[in-house]
Design a protein around this ligand. Structure first.
Ligand SMILES: NC(=O)c1ccc[n+]([C@@H]2O[C@H](COP(=O)([O-])OP(=O)(O)OC[C@H]3O[C@@H](n4cnc5c(N)ncnc54)[C@H](O)[C@@H]3O)[C@@H](O)[C@H]2O)c1
Ligand SMILES: O=C(O)CC[C@@H](O)C(=O)O
Length: 399
């Protein structure tokens, strides 16, 4: 356990191995990293499943050093006013490199070939002869000129799609919610599929880069396999639950799916034919772990120290330049007259507003108000309590 203690500290807990360069972010300021804490102010996590945890009343933020947040009870956090961050794009290059490596290696039957070669240990001088005789069982396919279907054109999918074009593949993509930023970065040579079925029908290789949501869960199922080209290779570096395992097992047995390369092995997956189980290595590079950890911890630190929110998956993003004067930060229901009531509470203490921001997201909103005056210590708890009593306020901080 790493412990960095300065005077009275804000407690940060980590639930997975977080790169030291990220934790160093907390060495400036009053922070204690205590992985045994029952009531931390912030948690930094990677893949640890947080669904059965209960959260202490000090918890203000959870930062996922990575992309997928399906291991975090995001809705519950929102209801409790806990901001959840992730680190968009910070591990995208690592995953892209892993996808392209696996695409080529599996197409050349490299994994199965190497495994077979190792089984020849003990055959002594016969090995070269056995290799030449046995290699025909691993005859591969070149990816050049074949079609790669990319589902989800976000940070990872767009990188994969662009680089696959450079490998002389034809690329077809499907993403009904593509962001403007990604659309700008995507090569115009990536063909747009209008439906998932069209993409399934045209692809020799499929790679999936979508979050796990109720909409995407088990998107690879019998119905999908029915329209795919026989022998298609499927790469899943997103989440295991995107695949209906029973249907995948049958599709592998009858050759509808030629190979299934997955970063999410389990007991069933390990029993399936023609499967390449990878131990969740997609984002496991030094560079990616550092990028994610630094981005996650910086976002948490900024939020705790200034209230500013960047890259939240449940709160609206909102920031104001921090002047060091008193700031009110309130998370509340997105209903009429909340800002009016908060500013009324502020003016009841005869305080002047220097700056403010109010942003909403779905049924919730976040308001930050900067006070112009020097505020005495006694005013702060009174003002905080007054704001907390407003109907619809979920959490309030005076920073
Ligand atoms: N194996 C690993 O180590 C690893 C690492 C990083 C991310 N991931 C997984 O990959 C996922 C994608 O990561 P990212 O960084 O590219 O995320 P991202 O948010 O940048 O991109 C996701 C894309 O999926 C699209 N999308 C959402 N629903 C869709 C649907 N129904 N059909 C088609 N497209 C849809 C979105 O519009 C978005 O463009 C993550 O959610 C995570 O589960 C795994
Ligand atoms: O932390 C990891 O190693 C994996 C991260 C990955 O699954 C993600 O969603 O970003």
């Amino acid at each position: 356990m790493t412990t960095i203690t300065l005077e009275k500290g804000k407690t940060i807990k980590t639930l997975n191995n977080i790169a030291e360069s990220g934790l160093k972010v907390f060495s400036k300021g009053n922070y204690v990293i205590d992985n045994d804490s029952e009531n931390p102010e912030a948690i930094v996590v990677r893949s640890f499943n947080m669904h059965s945890l209960t959260f202490g009343d000090e918890l203000k933020a959870i930062a996922r050093a990575g992309a997928g947040v399906n291991n975090i009870p995001v809705e519950l956090c929102t209801e409790q006013g806990i901001v959840v961050f992730n680190t968009p794009g910070a591990n995208a290059n690592a995953v892209k490199e892993m996808v392209l490596t696996s695409l080529m290696a599996s197409s050349r039957n490299l994994f199965a070939g190497v495994e077979w070669t190792k089984s020849l240990e003990g055959e002594g001088k016969q090995i070269p002869k056995l290799v030449e005789a046995g290699k025909k069982q691993f005859l591969g396919k070149e990816i050049k000129g074949k079609t790669l279907g990319v589902i989800g054109l976000g940070a990872i999918g767009a990188l994969v799609a662009n680089d696959a074009l450079d490998l002389d593949m034809d690329v077809i993509g499907f993403d009904p919610f593509i962001s403007v930023d990604t659309a700008w970065n995507l090569s115009r040579n990536v063909k747009r599929a209008m439906t998932l079925e069209q993409l399934f029908a045209e692809s020799d290789y499929l790679t999936v880069h979508v979050p796990l949501t109720p909409d995407t869960k088990e998107m690879f199922n019998q119905k999908a396999f029915n329209v795919m080209k026989p022998g298609v290779h499927i790469l899943n570096f997103s989440r295991g639950e995107l695949v209906n395992e029973k249907d995948m097992e049958i599709a592998l047995e009858n050759g509808t799916v030629g190979q299934y390369i997955t970063d999410f092995p389990n007991e069933n997956v390990l029993k399936m034919k023609n499967t390449v189980p990878v131990p969740h290595l997609g984002a496991s590079t030094k560079e990616s772990e550092e990028n994610c950890a630094i981005m996650a911890t910086r976002q948490v630190k900024e939020f705790l120290e200034t209230g500013n929110i960047r890259n939240s998956v449940n709160f609206p993003n909102a920031s104001l330049p921090y002047t060091g004067k008193l700031r009110v930060a309130a998370f509340h229901e997105n209903v009429p007259n909340m800002v009016g009531q908060i500013t009324l509470a502020v003016s009841s203490y005869n305080l002047n507003i220097a700056d403010m921001v109010n942003r909403s997201r779905g049924g919730y909103a976040y308001t930050m108000i900067d006070i112009d005056n020097k505020v005495s210590g006694e005013v702060i708890p009174g003002l905080e309590n007054k704001i907390k009593q407003i109907d619809g306020i979920i959490t309030t901080r005076l920073i």
